[in-house]
Design a protein around this ligand. Structure first.
Ligand SMILES: Cc1ncc(COP(=O)(O)O)c(C=O)c1O
Length: 370
């Protein structure tokens, strides 16, 4: 049996008529740049997440960059986890600021807020909590830390579409608690397009107006540039495709949840496998199903030989990336993240995965550890 790590074509085949119509409608309209589908999709994301404002941009990395610039992270130290995708910290260095790396919690893979407080510097102005894989970072502790030290909060919710957390008695969508939240619609994401895409959400009208102008070269009116901005708009074709996907998102999330339950049931008694923990008060979404395992590289090879796709999120912690050498960190500075980089392996997780495929994957893992 061959099981891909991710396959978008299964969903496309199921709903081909809807996707084809959405794409054809955009092409027939001839309105490719900020066409009506972008505005419609922004409205739908606002409704789904409860955010007051939403701005579609070219990708999640640009969303982080623009919001970091607006929050002044180019002239500051910013707390950010050391175990995440590169873009969560390149948005700071790209603008001239300094990421202050923070270790993560071993069970949830998310930023350890106690470690964040310990690593604060005098020049720390912001915090970028990243909501990784299944659930949000601890937003109670994050916001308490932000209030205590007057920090702004930029939630990297690139991986967190659909995830909610209980915050001050309310069940809130990831990205709606801090000053900004950003989403990525990279194809593998829970809400993924057929190319790049991203979005900024906020409850602050002034920030909203700034992002709207930043995505169009800093123009407040056509050819009137109050700022030097970016050229970073959500593509209209992607917005049309994402509208089709968003209309089925709850069903997709439920399917992912069923797959995760099945994995957990079949893997729970293998001593060499540690399943990810879900923190209380979180409504998890299974974007990435990542285990911690003994002998990770050999297991990865064995699964490959048996036709099973996997992925390692993330093989190198950010403090050991060549481009961050100048920050002065060394091996041993972030023990949890370093361990996770050696042990983590993600299994196939997408709505159209089948029960037989999960049975086969788990069987193969069981045989490997026998
Ligand atoms: C945590 C995190 N932040 C930022 C990004 C960047 O998003 P994009 O690939 O849309 O630029 C990603 C996704 O790839 C991500 O996983």
């Amino acid at each position: 049996m061959n099981v891909p790590f991710y396959d978008s074509t299964r969903e496309y085949k199921l709903f081909k008529a809807d996707f084809d119509k959405a794409i054809a409608d955009v092409i027939s309209s001839g309105a490719f740049i900020l066409g009506k589908e972008v505005g419609e999709f922004e409205e739908q994301v606002k409704k789904y997440t409860g955010a007051k404002y939403a701005v579609g941009v070219a990708n999640g990395s640009d969303a982080l960059l623009m919001t970091s610039e607006i929050l002044g992270y180019g002239k500051a130290d910013v707390l950010t986890p050391v175990f995440t995708f590169f873009a969560s910290s390149s948005c700071i260095t790209r603008l001239g600021g300094r990421p202050v790396f923070v270790d993560v919690d071993e069970d949830t893979y998310n930023m350890d807020m106690r470690d964040a407080e310990n690593r604060m510097t005098k020049n720390t102005k912001g915090i970028i909590p990243v909501h990784l894989f299944l659930q949000t970072a601890d937003m109670d502790k994050c916001m308490a830390l932000a209030r205590k030290h007057s920090l702004t909060v930029l939630e990297d919710a690139a991986e967190a579409f659909g995830i909610k957390t209980l915050y001050e008695g309310e069940n809130l969508h990831a990205g709606t608690i801090g000053d900004f939240g950003v989403f990525s619609f990279f194809p593998t994401k829970t809400l993924g397009g057929y190319g790049d895409g991203g979005m900024v959400i906020t409850n602050n009208e002034q920030y909203y107006n700034l992002v709207k102008s930043y995505r169009a070269h800093g123009a407040t009116k056509k050819y009137h540039h109050d700022f030097v901005g970016y050229n970073s708009r959500l593509d209209t074709l992607q917005a049309a495709i994402l509208q089709v996907k968003l209309s089925r998102i709850d069903d997709s999330i439920q399917k992912r949840a069923r797959h995760a339950d099945h994995y957990r049931e079949l893997l729970k008694d293998i001593p060499a496998v540690k399943l990810p923990a879900i923190k209380e008060n979180n409504t998890a979404v299974n974007y990435v199903f990542s285990l911690q395992v003994e002998n990770r590289d050999k297991l990865e090879q064995n699964l490959k030989e048996n036709g099973i796709g996997t992925s390692v999120y993330y093989p190198i912690p950010l403090h050991l990336q060549k481009c961050f050498e100048n920050l002065g960190y060394k091996k041993g500075d972030f023990p949890v993240a370093e361990k996770l980089c050696e042990k983590a392996i993600a299994l196939p997780m997408f709505p159209e995965l089948t029960v037989d495929e999960i049975d086969y994957i788990c069987d193969t893992i069981r045989k490997f550890y026998k």
